[in-house]
Design a protein around this ligand. Sequence first.
Ligand code: GDP
Ligand code: MG
Length: 438
Amino acid sequence: DLTEKLNDIFKVIKSKGVITEKDLDNALREIKFALLEADVNYKVVKDFTKELKEELKGKELEKSLTPGQIVVEEVHKKLTEILGGQAQPLTITKTPFIIMLVGLQGSGKTTTAAKLAKFLRSKGRQPLLVACDIYRPAAIKQLQILGKQINIDVFSKENSKPEDIAKEALNYAKQNGKNVIIIDTAGRLHIDDELMEELERIKQKIEPDEILFVADAMIGQEAVNVAKVFDERVGITGAIFTKLDGDARGGAALSIMKVVGKPIKFAGVGEKISDFEPFYPDRVASRILGMGDVLTLIEKVRETENEKEAKELARKLKKQQFSLDDFLNQLKKIQKMGSIAKIIQMIPGMNKVKIDDEESFNKEIKHIEAIILSMTKEERQNYKILNASRKRRIAKGSGTRVSDVNRLIKQFIEMNKMMKGMNKSKAFNLMKRLGIKM
Ligand code: GDP
Ligand code: MG
């Protein structure tokens, strides 16, 4: 995938002590192909590599001691930029706040409505889900089932027009203390006038504060073209990309900001309701570049553990006292959080590990646990004392091989390296710098 391709390119360029203009041109050409292959819009790629080249020329690479790092840093900066630069989180500015989800059929609107409702409730809001996809009875039922699962009210009504349902839902919300309204709308397999007119009517009647275009990342460039039409017809304020967990080439996410000019607000990363997160361009750029995404990981952990534990973890990270025991603890917490495969990819050093299901991850954790528990207390606090004979003893004690012990230590070191940087002030800059170190 894109991450692997870019990593291969970086490996070559980082191994060079001196980068000539020819090296740079080669690398840029390969980056260009990798992005095109990931289905990034052609014009976006062209601008990207052109600007990258100009900026790198100004850096006097031939005089730098670490030219490869500069290249990686610059690619990260540019990727962040085309993903929208600064994160533009959803901000709730009034009560009730109305969010309308639009998009093609199957793009993930109904699922996303539930995910978003749960997310907003975790931030202290009182959401109401509204079923405005009235053509398929199954669609209303689907939203009701999801609402029930997360214990959030779903407003629906038979024999009414979508715009009237939306309007009534607004009144219902006001009377029942709901301060965010999330409207699920109908979709079609292709753009058609009837649907656009219906969405326009809903929009006119209730004047949503946000109209979010839900895009299936799997359909690639087509998602960007469709977004453009929805924007022209209905007017969108942002996008939510779904199915970023799949084999999606991700190129659409990299193009939409430049092509449509609307920010990505959230990402859907799985079928479960908890597989949903705010979209941070710099973190996504880090993830694409295989630097892991420690900030999102820590947030996920924070959601599930209590405040006190989170503070303790932060303290340890700052003091750089993060030990193999803590490593194991964190992994076990992650194990409890669900949608493990996605979360585990955020751990630096783990993002190259292919984990297709929870079962194999659970097995992996059992392995890691066995290895760590086979260490003495001293070894767990300081892995550096692990010499060949200690490693052999640990492998024997845990029923693994020395190569497994080595791999674990490597993962731990990479994670630690990433964590260490967290004590410096600006997380954004850190992510970059840390990634480069790896
Ligand atoms: P709608 O027609 O736009 O309302 O789409 P649905 O919400 O019904 O979703 C269509 C399918 O996509 C369902 O099977 C969902 O489970 C699936 N889906 C939605 N979001 C995601 C996601 O982020 N990841 C994955 N893997 N599947 C998703
Ligand atoms: Mg639906």
